[in-house]
Design a protein around this ligand. Structure first.
Ligand SMILES: [Zn+2]
Ligand SMILES: [Zn+2]
Length: 154
C-alpha cells in the first residue's frame, strides 16, 4: 500500500509523483524510505462500524418482547444489556441474549449500580442464558464452544 501523502500528478501529459507532506516532487524510492509514511485505514474501520451499528439496532431478547421496560423491576428508561458481554457481546446479540435493564437501578453505569457491578445479578442471567441455549439452541458442548465458558458451575 502507498503512503497517503503520495500523489500521482499530471503536468503537460507527464505523470510525476508528488508528496503532499514534503510539498515537493519526489521519486518513488524517496517515498519508500521515508519514515513519515502514513496509510489510509479508515475505510475498513468504517465498514465494520456500520455493520456493528446494524447489528446493535436489530437486537432482540429471547426473554422478553418488551424492550422498553426493565426486566427486573419494570421501570422505563432502559439500556439493552448483553448477558454475555465483552468478547461474547456479538454472540449475545446473535442468540438474543439481550435484556432491557433500567438506567436507574439495574444498569446504572453513572453511579456504578446494577448488573455490571452486581455479580449475583449478572450470573443469574448468564445461567438463564446458558440454560436457554442448551434447551433451545444447541448442546452443552456447543455452548462451551461458542461462549468459551461454563456459567452453570460458577
Ligand atoms: Zn450492560
Ligand atoms: Zn430495573
Amino acid at each position: 500500500m502507498n503512503c497517503k501523502n503520495l500523489k500521482l500528478r499530471k503536468k503537460k501529459g507527464q505523470v510525476y509523483l508528488y508528496c503532499s507532506l514534503l510539498k515537493k516532487v519526489i521519486n518513488y524510492s524517496d517515498c519508500k524510505c521515508c519514515e513519515q509514511k502514513e496509510y489510509k485505514e479508515y475505510k475498513k474501520i468504517k465498514q465494520r462500524t456500520y455493520k456493528q451499528q446494524k447489528k446493535d439496532k436489530n437486537r432482540y431478547s429471547v426473554f422478553t418482547t418488551d424492550l422498553d421496560h426493565c426486566i427486573e423491576c419494570g421501570r422505563p428508561h432502559v439500556n439493552l444489556h448483553e448477558i454475555f458481554f465483552g468478547r461474547n457481546r456479538n454472540n449475545s446479540i446473535k442468540y438474543g441474549f439481550v435484556i432491557p435493564l433500567c438506567d436507574e437501578e439495574h444498569h446504572n453505569q453513572v453511579n456504578c449500580r446494577g448488573i455490571h457491578f452486581d455479580s449475583v445479578l449478572c450470573l443469574k442471567w448468564q445461567k438463564k442464558g446458558q440454560l436457554y441455549f442448551e434447551k433451545n439452541v444447541g448442546s452443552h458442548e456447543e455452548f462451551l464452544e461458542t461462549f468459551k465458558s461454563n456459567y452453570l458451575t460458577k
